[in-house]
Design a protein around this ligand. Structure first.
Ligand SMILES: Nc1nc2c(ncn2[C@@H]2O[C@H](COP(=O)(O)OP(=O)(O)OP(=O)(O)O)[C@@H](O)[C@H]2O)c(=O)[nH]1
Length: 295
């Protein structure tokens, strides 16, 4: 007898959803960075243990504010990931409950799907008893199945979370092969690796205004040749990405290359270019052409 189910990981930006997904899958699939809103796609991570296969969907952070079309598309993707799933994990950050968390709670509880709250980053809390009043203030709902305290970074509470989710995974045939970890293409993972480094290395403002497109992806027996275009919003941003004497872009390239060599277990030759696509954050058609609306 086999079991197979879809679990959505929801929550406002920066609560640690991608870190949790990576922890659950045990491999680096979804990008993580210190700045909020780094996840733009729903990434499937697949975990097959014993008879049970769990397909995790990583949603972009749900948030209230933001006028640009990009934010609207992000929110739409987030809500669509909440339907047709077996269970949702709503991730919160320990001791924090703000308007965006409230909005995320509303979206999740209105989806009609059973859900758990995972209170993350508990490694930041020295005295655990300080959390009791906080936990007491969290809202309840008939679909809420339980609250689990976790540290996605350190790995604590993850076993308990998996065990509780497991009860909601229905009987059924597996959707993916036993060894598959993601349904995302190698190209997609390559673009995410470049974007992750850009988000880490650049100043807070810029990453929202850029996207990465893989132009060439050639695989031979012992080498992967990847050509990545980094699209920015304004000519002024081009220089920032490239950095003095090209130092920044070189650093991005060499770090992303290291990630990709581990991921693909192969030597990688990575070339990055920066090009300007003006006003793209406001242009939904341009967004689609870059793959942001492909759910
Ligand atoms: N101390 C601590 N930090 C964590 C933990 N989990 C995640 N973080 C940090 O929180 C930040 C955001 O983590 P992400 O996993 O990128 O968050 P996200 O919710 O996927 O963010 P978006 O992609 O913006 O929606 C990163 O700096 C993580 O290292 C945790 O358990 N403990």
């Amino acid at each position: 007898m086999t079991y197979c189910g879809i679990v959505s990981i929801a929550g406002r930006p920066n609560v640690g959803k991608s870190t949790l997904l990576n922890r659950l899958i045990g491999q680096k699939l979804s990008i993580t960075a210190h700045k909020p809103q780094t996840t733009r796609h729903s990434i499937l991570g697949i975990q097959t243990v014993g008879e049970r296969q769990v397909v995790y969907v990583d949603t972009p952070g749900i948030h209230v504010t933001g006028k640009q079309r990009l934010n609207q598309v992000l929110n739409r993707t987030a809500s669509s990931s909440l339907h047709d799933v077996d269970v949702v994990i709503l991730v919160l950050q320990a001791m924090v409950w703000n308007d965006d968390d409230k909005r995320a709670f509303e979206l999740v509880s209105n989806s009609g799907v059973p859900f758990f709250i995972a209170v993350n980053k508990i490694d930041n809390i020295r005295k655990k008893e300080e959390m009791l009043p906080y936990l007491g203030t969290l809202p309840t709902h008939e679909n809420l199945q339980g609250v689990v305290l976790i540290s996605a970074r350190k790995g604590s509470g993850i076993d308990s979370l998996e065990e509780q989710i497991g009860k909601f995974i229905p009987e059924g045939p597996w959707r993916y092969g036993e060894d598959e970890l993601t349904d995302r293409s190698a190209r997609f993972l390559a673009s995410e690796a470049v974007r992750e480094q850009l988000t880490r290395l650049l100043s807070a403002e810029l990453p929202y205004a850029l996207s990465v497109e893989i132009e060439t992806f050639e695989e031979s027996a012992d080498l992967l040749r990847i050509g990545a275009v980094i699209w920015v919003d304004k000519p002024s941003q081009k220089g920032i990405v490239i950095g003095k004497g090209g130092a920044q872009l070189k650093e991005v390239g060499s770090r992303a290359r290291a990630t990709l060599e581990t991921l693909f277990d192969k030597k990688v030759f990575l070339e990055c270019w920066v090009r300007v696509k003006e006003g793209w954050a406001d242009d939904e058609r341009a967004l689609r052409s870059l793959g942001y609306d492909n759910q």
